[in-house]
Structure formats: structure tokens, C-alpha cells
Design a protein around this ligand. Structure first.
Ligand code: ADP
Length: 246
């Protein structure tokens, strides 16, 4: 049983949405979905759907906020009022302010900000539908939007959350597993460099569970990374085709 007493995994090890413990939700991705943003991406992990848009690097106002040796990243993570089952107030909550900061710090690890002194790069993240794992989906989407904007990065970032439900580790948790489970561990990394850029843990795991959860998340992140790269490649192949036709 989870902390709420709910049965979240059956005797055959199948989860409430029919997945096996180490199975990701269906993932879909697209880039360049907004004409007026420099870069954009739409990413879904199951029902969790996030839109990310990048503006910049551009001259920052107020000017005193800029830095002489690098660009600053500004991130706004926001959940749309219609993204949750009960209407969410459009005003930013403490959770959204905190997540904006956490996501910004993770993205800062990947961007070559020193290439654009005295500028800002604005990243707007809009959660269109929330069903668990929005911060990790947001990081996957924001990183692709930065790539779509042509901003040089050390590597892409991909993320996923591992949880513990009814005493068992499960990959890519949905909201029911997040709220009814014993632990929730979002992880994001630069897969090619093998660097972790986000690691949080809500709840408790034993040392062995933690090791296993890390292994599960790294394997999944590498799978997500392949889809990211393929999506970006397909987009640019299509663009080149269109240019040839013009
Ligand atoms: P994450 O989305 O990264 O897992 P949390 O653990 O804080 O972050 O949230 C878990 C899930 O709870 C979210 O994905 C979302 O489905 C739901 N949730 C969060 N905030 C709200 C809210 N204000 N109203 C309704 N549901 C929410």
C-alpha cells in the first residue's frame, strides 16, 4: 500500500496505468512549434504536456541586471489554469517560483552563457497538462527549445522521475503514484557528458533503492535523449528539404 493506503501496483507488478515498473509513458516531442519564439518545443510524457519557448539572447532590461561576462538565464515555469483537474489560479504559486529557480539552475549547467555577455535568454515554460513529473518534462522541453533557438550548449538535458509505490521502485511516475507513493525522485542529466544537473528526493529510499533508482533513471534518460536527438534531426532535415524546394 502507498502512504494513502491505495493499491498502486498489482500482484503481477502492473501499475494503475498498465505499465511495468521500469516502463516510461509514451513520449512525444516536437520542436519549432511557435513561429514567433526563437526556439520552442512541445513535449509529452503520457498526459503530462509541456510547452517551452525561448526568446534571446537579447538585450536585457533593466540593464543593471545584466552581467559583463555572460548571459543571464531567466526561467518562468507556469502551470496553466486548465492543466490540473481542479482549476489552478493563474497567479504564480510558491511552488512555481521555486521550480522556476530549480529549472534555471539545471539549464545553466548546459548553456555556454559566456558567448553572450550583457544579454538575457528568457525561457517560458507552460505546463498545459499536469500528471506528475512536470519539472523533468519541463527540463527536457526547455533544453530542446534552447537547441531549436540555436543556442550553443555543452549537451542536451533530459529528465525523468522515479518513485516508490507500495514498496516498489517505478519509473516515470504519474500524479497518482506521486501523491500516493512513498518517494519521488526527479533526476535530470546531460546524457552524453554523464553529468547530473538535477537530483531531488521527496520521501525516503534505502541506499540500495537509491542506487537502483539512479540506474533506472539514467537508462530512461538515455532513451529520452535518443528521441530528443531524432526529433531535432528530423526537424532540420525537413527545413533543409523546404529550403531546397524554394
Ligand atoms: P512534478 O510535477 O515535477 O512531479 P510535484 O511533485 O510538485 O512536481 O507535483 C506532482 C504533481 O502534482 C504535478 O505533476 C501535478 O500533476 C500535481 N500538481 C502540482 N501542483 C498542483 C496544483 N496546484 N493543482 C493540482 N495539481 C497539482
Amino acid at each position: 500500500m502507498g502512504k494513502t493506503g491505495l493499491k498502486l501496483i498489482d500482484e503481477n507488478g502492473i501499475r494503475i496505468d498498465g505499465r511495468k515498473p521500469d516502463q516510461l509513458r509514451p513520449i512525444s516531442m516536437d520542436v519549432g512549434v511557435l513561429k514567433n519564439a526563437q526556439g520552442s518545443a512541445l513535449v509529452s510524457y503520457g498526459k503530462t504536456t509541456v510547452l517551452a519557448a525561448v526568446y534571446g539572447p537579447r538585450e536585457a532590461l533593466p540593464r543593471h541586471m545584466t552581467l559583463p561576462d555572460r548571459a543571464i538565464l531567466r526561467v518562468r515555469y507556469h502551470m496553466a489554469p486548465f492543466s490540473t483537474t481542479e482549476r489552478k489560479s493563474p497567479a504564480p504559486t510558491r511552488r512555481e517560483v521555486e521550480l522556476s529557480k530549480v529549472i534555471r539552475e539545471s539549464l545553466e549547467a548546459s548553456v555556454f552563457t559566456e558567448l553572450y555577455p550583457r544579454t538575457t535568454i528568457d525561457i517560458f515554460i507552460e505546463v498545459l497538462q499536469a500528471d506528475g513529473g512536470t519539472r523533468t518534462t519541463s527540463l527536457t522541453a526547455a533544453s530542446m527549445a534552447l537547441a531549436d533557438a540555436g543556442i550553443p550548449m555543452k549537451d542536451l538535458i533530459a529528465g525523468v522521475a522515479v518513485g516508490k509505490v507500495n514498496g516498489k521502485l517505478v519509473l516515470d511516475i504519474n500524479e497518482a503514484e506521486d501523491s500516493g507513493g512513498e518517494a519521488d525522485m526527479p533526476v535530470a542529466m546531460m546524457p552524453n557528458l554523464g553529468k547530473i544537473v538535477l537530483l531531488q528526493l521527496n520521501g525516503t529510499l534505502t541506499r540500495d533503492e537509491f542506487k537502483e533508482a539512479m540506474k533506472m533513471s539514467i537508462k530512461a534518460i538515455k532513451e529520452i535523449y535518443l528521441i530528443q536527438k531524432q526529433t531535432l534531426r528530423d526537424k532540420y532535415a525537413k527545413m533543409t528539404e523546404e529550403e531546397k524546394e524554394e
